[in-house]
Design a protein around this ligand. Structure first.
Ligand SMILES: [Zn+2]
Ligand SMILES: [Zn+2]
Length: 255
């Protein structure tokens, strides 16, 4: 049995809203949005692996602080798993000595607090009883979805994506798929903005879900705070065949 704990699943901050992050078992983060900031120091110290869907700030905001905050207490490095394209963005724009130190050479290259582990699409990484595999996703910057699988079932987390044929082709081949976590960032009235930002809104979600061949549970994430109630109401009004509901911050998905 594995547990995926929702640390943050909002498209923004304010009040209790936290941006995208999941704690998988005790040692793995899937994205590192602001939800990571609610973890205790003991929980932060247990994190050894961070899988990043893409380098947008709402998905990495707490990554620099996670590494820095646990220096002195941590005995193992934090390994960041992402595609080479995403790692290049993190190196150039975050861990560049200007925004934040380059922890991949601190205190030394051999003993660094941060390690990068490039991962190609379709390349599985096995750890802690789960296999994590990047799936093609279409967003404004290089991005992936993740299949998270154990010996019982799979969860797919779409990250930020408008879906696309490559995404659905892979998803439909997963025979033990139990749950699809997919974003719907914007309400219908923001359709032009959603298209520009390569996010989904209710009507484009409905069109994408027509590609989903199995009747798995669909959980909606990444709602922008200002329109979250409107957006989820529009999603629930869709003509859909899948059980569908809003993903809740704090919930634990066992699989
Ligand atoms: Zn994004
Ligand atoms: Zn996002």
């Amino acid at each position: 049995m594995s547990a995926l704990r929702v640390l943050g699943c909002s498209g923004g901050i304010g009040g209790s809203n936290r941006t995208t992050s999941f704690l998988l078992n005790q040692t793995i983060l899937i994205d590192a949005g602001t939800g990571v900031g609610d973890l205790t120091m003991d929980e932060l110290l247990q994190i050894e692996h961070v899988f990043i869907t893409h380098a947008h700030l709402d998905h990495i905001a707490c990554l620099p602080l996670l590494i820095d905050s646990t220096i002195g207490a941590r005995t193992t490095p934090v390994t960041v798993h992402a595609t080479a394209a995403t790692i290049a963005i993190l190196k150039a724009h975050i861990f560049n000595w200007l925004i934040w130190p380059d922890f991949s050479v601190i205190p030394s290259v051999e003993d660094a607090f941060l390690r990068y582990a490039p991962q190609e699409l379709g390349e599985s990484y096995f750890i802690d009883g789960v296999t994590i595999t990047p799936i093609p996703a279409e967003h404004t910057i290089p991005a992936v979805a993740f299949q998270i699988e154990n010996d019982r079932s799979s969860i797919v987390f779409s990250g930020d994506t408008v879906g696309g044929p490559q995404f659905w082709q892979v998803v439909n081949q997963i025979t033990n798929l139990k749950t699809l976590i997919i974003e719907t960032a914007f309400a219908e009235r923001e359709l032009p903005l959603a298209k520009m930002a390569k996010h989904l809104c209710p009507s484009t979600l409905a069109a994408e879900l027509l590609n989903l061949q199995s009747s798995v549970e669909v959980l909606i994430t990444h709602l922008k705070p200002a329109d979250s109630d409107l957006t989820i109401a529009e999603v629930l009004n869709l003509d859909h065949i899948h059980p569908i509901r809003r993903l809740l911050q704090g919930e634990i998905l066992e699989f």
